[in-house]
Design a protein around this ligand. Sequence first.
Ligand code: PNS
Length: 178
Amino acid sequence: MSTTQPTPSRVAVYPGTFDPLTNGHVDIIQRGSHLFDEIVVAVLVNAEKAPLFSVDERVAIIQDVFAERPNVQVDTFDGLLVDYARRKRATAIVRGLRAVSDFEYEFQMALMNRRLEAEIETVFMMPAEQYTYISSRLIKEVFMLGAPVSGLVPPLVEDRLHAKQASLRHGLAHSRKA
Ligand code: PNS
């Protein structure tokens, strides 16, 4: 008599700063959600950096954009990525590779993570060509200098960028008056 064993679900963690989420990230998350049963978008809680969006804001944005995809989960993590991935029972870490310039940093991280946890594989995915030059840093820079970013980030992120810019200007005007 043969018993049917339940197929273990394949979980991947997609870690990053996501300040803010770009269409390049969205593309990688969509690709990952087709490859894995569950993909956990894990936002790094990094006290050292001065982010534009708080961790809560970044999590809310990603949750909103992927509200219709039940196998995309959003979470935060701190400490070692491999410890977090182990806790989530993930078998893979997903990273996007845009260009050769990404390679060295990603190669170092993948090999260090493998040394720390040999059971977790890093899987690299390439975003669609039109997103290969986008980074969160460039988006913030050009937006704050007045350039349009539509088509490069989800519409929700564009709205949040406008709101953030307005609140920064408001704060600046108040501090000048004081
Ligand atoms: O989107 P980013 O900022 O390039 O993501 C970098 C991230 C979050 C993947 C990396 O900084 C990270 O994994 N940090 C957690 C601490 C850790 O495990 N460091 C060792 C990695 S080899």
